[in-house]
Ligand binder design. Structure first.
Ligand code: GDP
Ligand code: IMO
Ligand code: MG
Length: 422
C-alpha cells in the first residue's frame, strides 16, 4: 500500500517537517507532482533545510527517495539542492532515484512563466516564476523533454527545437524581459550533468515491485489542495493535481493500492501569491500570525498572507482527498490569542452557504465565524498530549467533530522533536 501525505490548504502547511518525522516508518518516500515551486522545510539538530525537488526523507538512512514521473525537474535548481546536501555526507546516489518520465524545466520555461505573468499585469497568478505552468503545458501538449531523453544523444536536438519555439512565444508576449540565453543554457547543461550522475528508473515499475515486496511507501505531496489545477481556486492555482488522485498518475499507483491519506493543515491559514482567500486578515491578528509563524515563502521569500482557519475549504479538501488522519501544524503560533476564530460558513450573495462557490473571489464571499477560547500557554516545549491546554483541546475537538476525521498529530514548533502524537 502507498500512504499519502497531502497539504489541505494553499501549501506550506508543514509537509516537509512531517515527512521527515514519519520517514522512520517508511522504506520509500516519493514525490509525485509539482517541482521547484515547492519549498519544504525541515529542522533538526539546530539546522534548517529547505528542499525543492528532493523528497523530504533524504536525511534518513532507512529510506529510498524517489522523484516520480509527475514531477517537473529544473536541473539548475536540482544541482543547487545537491550541492547544498554535499556537506551532510549523504550517499545521494544510492538514496535518490529519478523517474525517466519526469519532465524537465528548460530555462526558456522560466522565461515564459515571467513573460506570461508580466503580460497578465494585475491579474497575474503570483507564480513562483520557476517555469511550472509552461513545463506542464508542454507535457500535456506532448512537446516536453523528459529525464529519460538525457540517456540518448538526440536530447540536444529535442532541446533546441523546444527552446526555439519558446523564444518565438516569448516574442509574442511582447514584454520587456532581458536574458542571456547562452548563459542560461550553460547553467542548464551543468545541471544536466549533475542530474545524470543519479540513477534514472522506470519509477512506476520500481514502486510496483516495492509494493510486491511489502515495502512501506509514503507519497509526499507538494503545494496544497486549494492549488490543485482542477479543484483549487482556478485560475489562481498551480499546474498539477495536488490532490490524492495526483499520486496515482504521478507515480503509477493503482487507486486500490492507496492506504492511509494523511492530511496536513495549519491551525490557521496562509496563502502566497494572488487569488481568493476569504478568511484573510489585514489587521493586527494577521500581522501577529505572520510574525510569530515566520510566514515567508520558503521558495520566493515573499510574505505569506495570513488568516483564520477556513473550515468550509478544509472540509472540501478532506472530502476530495478521502483524508483518513489529520495533522494540525503550528498550533504554537496561536498561543496568546484571546479568541480563536474558525470560518464555518460563507455569506455569498446575501445567502449562507457551506461550500466553495464556482466563482469564489475574495470580495464576493464573507466568512461567518465561530469563536472559541484561546490559550496563553507556550506550547513549544511540550512533548505529551496530556500537557496541551484545555482550550486547545476544545479547539481540536471542535475541528474533529466538524471534519469527522481524527487529528493524530499536533505540531508545536518547526523542529522534528516538537511533534505531539495523540
Ligand atoms: P511545506 O511547504 O508544507 O513543507 O511547508 P514550508 O516548509 O513551506 O512552511 C512551513 C514553515 O513552518 C516552515 O518554516 C517550517 O519550519 C515551519 N513549521 C512547521 N511546523 C511548525 C510548527 O508546528 N510550528 C512552527 N512555529 N513552525 C512550524
Ligand atoms: P509547497 O510545496 C505555497 C503558489 C504560488 C502561486 C501559485 C502558482 O511549498 O507547499 P506556480 O509557481 O506553481 O505556477 O505558482 O501557486 N504556490 C505555492 N504556494 N506553497 C507552495 O509549495 C507553492 N507552489 C506554488 O505562490 O500563487
Ligand atoms: Mg512550502
Amino acid at each position: 500500500m502507498v500512504d499519502l501525505l497531502l497539504g489541505l490548504q494553499w501549501g506550506d502547511e508543514g509537509k516537509g517537517k512531517i515527512v521527515d518525522v514519519l520517514t522512520k516508518n517508511y522504506d520509500i518516500i516519493a514525490r509525485f507532482q509539482g517541482g521547484p515551486n515547492a519549498g519544504h522545510t525541515l529542522e533538526f539538530d539546530g539546522i534548517k533545510h529547505v528542499l525543492h525537488t528532493i523528497p523530504s526523507g533524504i536525511f534518513h538512512e532507512n529510506a529510498i527517495n524517489v522523484v516520480g514521473n509527475g514531477v517537473v525537474i529544473d536541473p539548475v535548481i536540482f544541482k543547487k539542492e545537491l550541492d547544498n546536501l554535499e556537506k551532510f555526507d549523504i550517499d545521494i546516489v544510492s538514496r535518490l532515484l529519478i523517474s525517466r518520465k519526469a519532465h524537465l524545466i528548460l530555462p526558456t520555461h522560466r522565461l515564459l512563466d515571467a513573460a506570461s505573468e508580466t503580460a497578465k499585469g494585475k491579474a497575474k497568478i503570483g507564480s513562483t516564476l520557476k517555469g511550472i505552468g509552461p513545463t506542464y503545458m508542454d507535457k500535456t501538449g506532448r512537446n516536453g523533454l523528459r529525464v529519460g531523453d538525457l540517456e540518448f544523444d538526440t536530447w540536444r536536438k529535442k532541446y533546441r527545437a523546444l527552446a526555439n519555439k519558446h523564444e518565438a512565444m516569448i516574442d509574442f508576449y511582447n514584454v520587456d524581459i532581458e536574458y542571456d540565453l547562452k548563459e542560461l543554457e550553460d547553467e542548464f547543461c551543468e545541471g544536466v550533468e549533475a542530474l545524470k550522475k543519479l540513477t534514472f528508473i522506470d519509477s512506476e515499475e520500481y514502486i510496483f515491485k516495492a509494493q510486491e515486496k511489502g515495502k512501506k511507501i509514503l507519497a509526499e505531496g507538494a503545494q496544497g489542495s486549494l492549488l490543485d489545477i482542477d479543484f483549487g481556486t482556478y485560475p489562481y492555482v498551480t499546474s498539477s493535481n495536488t490532490t490524492a488522485a495526483g499520486a496515482c498518475t504521478g507515480l503509477g499507483v493503482a487507486p486500490n493500492k492507496i492506504g492511509d491519506v494523511l492530511g496536513i493543515f495549519k491551525a490557521y491559514a496562509t496563502r502566497v501569491g494572488s487569488g481568493p482567500f476569504p478568511t484573510e486578515l489585514f489587521d493586527k491578528d494577521g500581522e501577529t500570525m505572520g510574525r510569530v509563524g515566520n510566514e515567508f515563502g520558503a521558495t520566493t521569500g515573499r510574505p505569506r498572507r495570513c488568516g483564520w482557519l477556513d473550515l468550509v475549504a478544509l472540509k472540501y479538501a478532506v472530502q476530495i482527498n478521502g483524508v483518513t488522519e489529520l495533522m494540525m501544524m503550528k498550533a504554537d503560533v496561536l498561543s496568546g490569542f484571546e479568541t480563536i476564530k474558525v470560518c464555518t460558513e460563507y455569506l455569498y450573495n446575501g445567502e449562507k452557504i457551506k461550500h466553495l462557490p464556482y466563482n469564489i473571489e475574495s470580495d464576493n464571499v464573507k466568512p461567518i465565524y465561530t469563536e472559541l477560547k484561546g490559550w496563553k500557554k507556550d506550547l513549544t516545549q511540550l512533548t505529551k498530549a496530556e500537557d496541551l491546554p484545555a482550550t486547545l483541546n476544545e479547539y481540536i475537538a471542535f475541528l474533529e467533530k466538524e471534519l469527522n476525521v481524527p487529528i493524530k498529530i499536533v505540531s508545536v514548533g518547526p523542529d522534528r522533536l516538537q511533534t505531539i502524537y495523540r
